[in-house]
Design a binder for this molecule. Structure first.
Ligand SMILES: [Zn+2]
Length: 267
């Protein structure tokens, strides 16, 4: 059972190929950033073996996908080095005994066109979809969201098969990630009450779409009921970021600074 945000479809239909044709003949730039950046994913489970592209593919028009992957890995690397939010999440994970190695725990993969990322609790791995997530800012958003799932899985007894558990972690991810960035762009005429309501609505609707996509078998009403039931408990839970990022881009830097006070081991 693999839990993937927004969709539980197989992410890629690419065929498996011989690996010995790939690494040695890549362009210099590709071997620096490319195929072997996440070597541990290969063979960790034969079923989820990562599809790799051959040089032939690269030369015959599948290079677009190859370049997407390289760009994705560059963006991941940049976020891990520079993004206060991603660094905060990585520090919080490490302090919780779930330290992450980007080669092992983050992978750029081709996904269905409506999917931006996912968290696979079996592999304990975050997936960034290199064909749909193309900017550094979007990669930061996906990483923050998925690392919150990883954090919840590490810290709490989280069972992704339990609908209320799933609803709770999706509420937290929407709250601390996506909807905080949304509200950071709202300014001027929105009153503080409007913002509060808009933010809660944003969290509920984002969580709903994530829950619906991760569970193909449930009705919208079941998903809404689960979200409403756990919302009072899960919405105020701001760990490990500690604050919603509101109308002030410095908030993410404050959260990062405050990480030290929580005792997180921030890189
Ligand atoms: Zn999610």
């Amino acid at each position: 059972m693999t839990f993937i945000d927004y969709s539980n479809e197989e992410k890629s239909s690419a065929t498996k190929e011989e690996k010995d044709t790939t690494s040695s003949k890549l362009p210099e730039d590709a071997s620096k950033w490319g195929y072997d950046m996440y070597p541990d994913r290969k063979g960790a489970s034969s079923k989820s073996e990562k599809p790799s592209r051959s040089v032939t593919d690269y030369l015959t028009g599948r290079g677009r996908d190859h370049l997407d992957k390289i760009r994705c890995e560059r963006n991941v690397y940049k976020c891990v080095k520079e993004s206060p939010l991603v660094k905060l999440m990585m520090g919080a994970l490490k302090s919780s005994g779930c330290g992450i190695d980007i080669r092992r725990h983050i992978a750029c993969e081709e996904c269905a066109s409506n999917v931006s990322g996912g968290y696979d609790p079996i592999m304990n791995q975050v997936i960034v979809c290199h064909n749909t997530v193309k900017s550094e800012g979007m990669v930061q958003g996906v990483l923050t969201h998925e690392l919150i799932h990883m954090f919840d899985y590490c810290q709490n007894d989280l069972d992704f098969k339990n609908l209320e558990h799933l609803a709770c972690t999706e509420i937290r991810a929407a709250n601390l990630g996506h909807c905080s960035f949304m509200s950071a762009w709202i300014n001027g005429d929105a009153s503080i009450f409007n913002i509060k309501e808009m933010h809660q609505n944003c969290v509920k609707s984002k969580a709903l779409s994530s829950v619906m996509a991760a569970r193909s078998g449930i009705s919208k009403m079941e998903a809404i009921n689960a979200i409403e039931k756990v919302f009072p408990k899960c919405y105020p839970d701001l760990e490990p970021i500690g604050r919603r990022l509101r109308r002030n881009s410095y908030d993410m830097y404050k959260a990062y600074e405050e990480g030290y006070y929580y005792g997180y081991d921030i890189p």
